[in-house]
Design a protein around this ligand. Structure first.
Ligand code: IVH
Length: 678
């Protein structure tokens, strides 16, 4: 590499700065304002240009460069940091009366002065302290015990909503040394998607978004943190350089400095307005895309805040109003067992119906045997049932004081409630399994899953049809779907059926035969093989026969496939019944090859990877097109990938393509290549 001359260097430096500023600006628009100005594709090109320039001139890399967000190395242990100003917590109140009491205290202490309040949402996440020095983020710490916490700077730098350096234009320059406090959280969609993916991968799921956030911030590897959907909202500004006037203004300053601030803040003239706003959010909380557990009311003026001061670790100028917990007490009438498609036996609480957050609850999950034993939950007990916004109702505990005489600890049955066969518990697992593959509950579950939209998409084969056909013994196995046409007369004579509906069902079954191999694989219902894993496997092995012949080591060779999935797939295909099932699929004419039957075409010999969402095609359609032209589609980018097609919000595959210098194209370019442009 030739050395750059000083003038070149100056140009390079200013080009680097220009790119960084543009990227920061787009990060802000995208993550904070949720109003992007350019496509993800163009954004990524900019990032790529910056990465290239910086890799040629590592001496110009600064810690606040957008390329440095995932720069941290895994750590063994977090450094402890002392908080320069203690991180206080708020006292809690639970009623309108408590809020009025708070207001009376404020009024008395301020001795007749006028005052205003700011009413805010109470985000249900994890408190975070950010320190900016000369405009640069130099420290991020957890609350810990309020006096000192963990230095989690490397993890926090991966959260793109948090600026690595502040916007300090004009008047704002006086805020170059500030401390910001706020909350890290996950929104419901991000949390649920992450949990689904974890389930597919056989990893433990999180009970709620707050636990997931806390767990994520404690991870030792920033790269893993970067993959989790963390968000941030700031609600407190502190500076020893500037005389701050009011919370309302501070929130505005935070926003101008480039930090995310909630849209749902309100300046209130009196406690009545605060109460009205608070009640409003209590009933509308489900309309927010994230969880809140209450609201916070703060005296607006900073001078008055200082006058009111702090007692016992809580400020006297602010208070949290906690929404009523979405819990209720009711009687546990019985515990039944539910059997899922892979035989998992889940205990379900049968409850005396109770009204909770607007709906009547009569069943709730009890998770597993250990859960019941640890909490000593007994039939006949009064139990606490809880509904949090993002999970199904669950039993939290038993109210032992109300326990009637004559109850017994729950004994987990050892027989399946559906087929009567034995159930067993694997070592190290919490769940029981019914080991009878032909157990009607499992058969029903497997067929429903196979026919579902995300798998083989057989219209008309929903829950009630499956129930009916399994119930009369017409289907005992998933493969029986493809022999239903031999029972046309029987079907037509069934209750609720006629010629037309039978025709439609048989037609839908016939159409499902052309679904992609990856769909068939997902639909087959192998434990730990979710949609994404099915695509990874189909992409790598390309055919059922190669997949069936793969050893545990071969399977683990696929990137992102760990030992749990590898063992599970291998175990599945070593079972004679499953191999028979596969042979019946083959005779029915289902697709066993990821590539289409037409092997030669314009894209022969080329391997594609798709990332991000496309505007004019679904992922499946894009795959179909590539396959029909003789190309291959794989899930992971390697040096052998010919091209990565990049849609909106692409994932890590795109970063990998850039790192490996693999050719990329956007949707328009792709459509042109395959002859589908308008
Ligand atoms: S103000 C002195 N505002 O609730 C300032 N806290 O104990 C103290 N929280 O630890 C915090 N939303 O983690 C404030 N809008 C908000 C908040 C909020 C959530 C959390 C924060 C704090 C806890 C209260």
């Amino acid at each position: 590499m030739s050395k750059a001359s000083p003038t070149d260097l100056r140009d390079i430096r200013s080009e680097i700065e220009r790119l960084r500023n543009e990227i920061r600006n787009h990060d802000y628009r995208y993550y904070v304002l949720a109003n992007p100005a350019i496509s993800d594709f163009d954004y990524d090109r900019m990032m790529q240009a910056l990465v290239e320039l910086e890799s040629k001139h590592p001496e110009l890399i600064t810690p606040d460069s957008p390329t440095q967000r995932v720069g941290g190395r895994p750590t063994r242990e977090f450094r402890q940091v002392r908080h320069s100003v203690p991180m206080l917590s708020l006292s809690n109140t639970y009623s309108e009366e408590d809020l009025r009491d708070f207001d009376r205290r404020v009024k008395t202490l301020l001795g007749g002065e006028k005052y205003e309040y700011v009413s805010e949402l109470k985000f249900d996440g994890v408190a975070l302290r950010l320190v900016y020095e000369n405009g640069l983020l130099i420290l991020a710490a957890t609350r810990g015990d309020g006096e000192s916490g963990d230095d989690i700077t490397a993890n926090v730098k991966t959260i793109r909503m948090i600026p690595l350096h502040l916007t300090l234009n004009g008047d704002l320059s006086k805020y170059s040394n500030v401390e910001v406090r706020g909350e890290v959280y996950m929104d419901r969609d991000g949390f649920q998607k992450m949990n689904r993916e974890r389930e597919e991968q056989g990893e433990k799921t999180f009970a709620n978004a707050r636990n997931a956030t806390a767990g994520t911030l404690k991870l030792q590897d920033p790269k893993e943190v970067a993959r989790r959907p963390l968000r941030f909202v700031s609600y407190y500004l502190f500076s020893s350089d500037v005389q701050l006037k009011a919370q309302w203004e501070n929130l505005n300053v935070l926003r101008k400095l480039g930090l995310p601030v909630s849209q749902h803040i309100r300046l209130c003239k009196n406690i009545d307005e605060v109460i009205e706003n608070t009640h409003g959010w209590e009933s509308d909380r489900d309309s927010l895309p994230y969880e809140i557990d209450g609201s916070v009311v703060k005296v607006n003026s900073v001078r008055q805040q200082d006058a009111l001061g702090t007692v016992a670790r809580s400020p006297r100028w602010a208070i949290a109003y906690k929404f009523a917990a979405r819990q209720a007490n009711t009687i546990l009438k019985g515990i039944t067992l539910q059997v899922g498609r892979i035989g998992t036996v889940t205990p379900v609480a049968e409850l005396e119906p109770v009204l909770l957050a607007g709906s009547t609850i009569s069943r709730a999950t009890l998770h597993n045997e250990d859960y019941i034993r640890e909490r000593d939950i007994r039939v006949g007990d009064t139990v606490v049932v809880e509904k949090s916004g993002d999970v199904i109702p669950a039993i939290v505990s038993a109210v032992t004081e109300k326990r009637p005489a004559g109850t017994n600890p729950f004994k987990f049955p050892h027989r399946c409630p559906v087929c009567g066969g034995p159930i067993y518990r694997l070592e190290g697992e919490a769940a029981y399994y019914c080991e009878n593959y032909e157990c009607p509950a499992q058969v029903r579950g497997r067929i429903e899953h196979f026919a579902s939209r995300r798998a083989m998409d057989i219209e008309g084969m929903g829950e009630s049809v499956v129930d009916q056909l399994v119930g009369i013994g017409l289907m005992k196995s998933v493969a029986d779907i493809y022999e239903l046409h031999e029972h046309r007369d029987e079907l037509e004579n069934l209750e609720r059926w006629g010629k037309k509906s039978v025709d439609n069902l048989l037609k839908a079954i016939e159409q499902s035969k052309s679904r992609l191999f990856s769909k068939l694989l997902f639909g087959t219902g192998i434990r730990h093989v979710g949609e994404r894993t099915a695509q990874l496997l189909a992409g790598h092995f390309q055919s059922m026969d190669r997949l069936m012949g793969a050893s545990v080591e071969d399977l683990q060779f696929v990137s992102d496939i760990g030992p749990t999935i590898a063992e599970s797939v291998h175990h599945f295909f070593s079972d004679k019944r499953n191999r028979e099932l596969v042979e019946r699929f083959r005779s029915a004419g289902l697709r066993f090859e990821e590539g289409a039957t037409r092997k030669e075409g314009k894209l022969s010999g080329q391997t594609f990877v798709l990332t991000g969402s496309l505007a004019r095609l679904t992922r499946d359609e894009a795959r179909e097109i590539i396959l029909s032209l003789g190309g291959k589609v794989t899930e992971s980018v390697s040096k052998n990938t010919s091209c990565v097609v990049v849609g909106e919000k692409p994932g890590s595959k795109y970063e990998r393509a850039l790192a490996l210098k693999v050719n990329t194209m956007n949707e328009d370019e792709f459509l042109k290549l395959v002859g589908r442009s308008k």
